[in-house]
Design a protein around this ligand. Sequence first.
Ligand code: ATP
Ligand code: MG
Length: 566
Amino acid sequence: MSIQTPSSPERGDFIREIVAADLREGRHQTVVTRFPPEPNGYLHIGHAKSICLNFGIAREFGGRCHLRFDDTNPTREEQEYIDAIEADLRWLGFDWGEHLYYASDYFERLYDWAVHLVRTGKAYVDDLTAEEIREHRGTFTEPGRESPWRDRPADESLGLFARMRAGEFPDGARVLRARIDMAAANINLRDPVLYRILHAEHPRTGGAWCVYPTYDFAHGQSDAIEGVTHSICTLEFEDHRPLYDWLIDNLPVPSRPHQYEFARLNLTHTVLSKRVLLRLVDEGHVRGWDDPRMPTLSGLRRRGFPAAGIRDFVTMVGVAKADNVVEVGMLEHAVRGVLNRTAPRRFAVLDPLKVVVEDYPEGQVEEVEVPNNPEDPSAGSRRVPFTRELWIERDDFMEEPVRKFFRLAPGREVRLRSAYFVACREAVKDAAGRVVELRCTYDPATRGGDAPDGRRPKGTLHWVSAAHAVPAEVRLYDYLFRSPHPGADGRDLFADLNPDSETVLSGCFVEPSLAGLPAGETVQFERLGYFCPDPDSAPGALVFDRTLTLRDTWAKLQAQGRHDTA
Ligand code: ATP
Ligand code: MG
């Protein structure tokens, strides 16, 4: 696999070309796609690629895209997931209108079609155990062996299938199999299982069924029922396409859909498998499906990633037919691109050090005007209180400044953004020798942050008035997996978990305007990064998540032409 470089954001991928040709040449009057999640987990960034493709094509070509829950495995599916999937889709900016479907709505029709296959000699009930069926299947190099039940009379199969449905047999006792070709080179055609017995409550059909169709049997037939024209899925289903077509060919379905495959999204430092994501949640490695470190859409949203940034990323990645791994830095780059334009700037101090401006009148409060986005005057400004006692960032001070450290130091003057120049007179230390307070003086002539005499300090710091500062907890995030390729080279995936993926800072201070910021509103803490309120926030106990740092190493590497070898 190679690390992918961004394709140009034009939308002419091979699937869109197929759709355009089908419409142009009259094979279809309108395009109908579908997004078919199995409600056994939350949507992740990989799903976003499929969503943007399916809904995007419908939108661009004036067709429609269905949301269809592929709910054929009741043991792993839950209503909670159905609700979350709908919410995530809407948040991402897509709407299925009235076209909400469930594979389970088609259970009766699918059952009738299974009966049709048995009647026409194209399916049979097999009494072999799952283990025996596996043994009979053969390998890539050896053909399979026929089941001793393969040639049982259709009437016998019909009777048994009816009794399977009626609940007469325990789980696994029998299955319904297609009767295709045990010697087929494609293993998917070696009499695949169409129905299995599962005595399980279904979130929608309850106890009505105890036989459930397999994915292969349900999927194409659901497409045909809905009139889907282009059934777009990921590459791992390529080998299933002959079975998809065989079923469509051998059933009296109302329309003829076609399946097309594209490469799934893979991201460095990230695992996009619901099975693994569920384990992360169940084993407590994260705070839940929407943990800001999770690649789920709900996690990315909680972390402050705007939906537009995710859509831009998917466009940058493009649609191809070869597997690859995209650098997670590309996602961050796309998100920064949006946030840099839209996120208002705010002041917050994560590691506070007290500054006392000795010659500033005690008790005086001045509201200074601070631009919301220095690069965008239309973003306006806000008023921030300035007082005699302030918090600044501890690492904005050095008692013995090293070369190229241009911030505060004894005897040195800096600008407090949009307020005044201050100069450090003395660093006060505690008994242990740790600096606990800076005694400073200010220049009243520099109000607003500029000196009439034109002098320009080299450092500009952010600050928060101590009397007005709102305390907050701030959570910093790093990759959930240390390795760019988690679990590669036979390593245990969970051994690659990054023990430092979350750092919780307490005792931070933010400017008062941040107290009422709703979750999901991402701001830039000046000089520190992008942050947004976490839903764990309560009045008087604010919690912020760091969305991203400001530095865009991916863009830098790209400028140097080095990202393709990273
Ligand atoms: P997982 O393997 O994580 O369980 P899945 O493919 O089984 O995922 P589904 O709910 O079946 O999850 O996925 C719904 C749709 O999203 C499918 O059409 C699937 O091909 C697509 N999809 C899933 N993962 C990705 C991915 N990483 N990149 C692109 N599309 C994806
Ligand atoms: Mg699936």
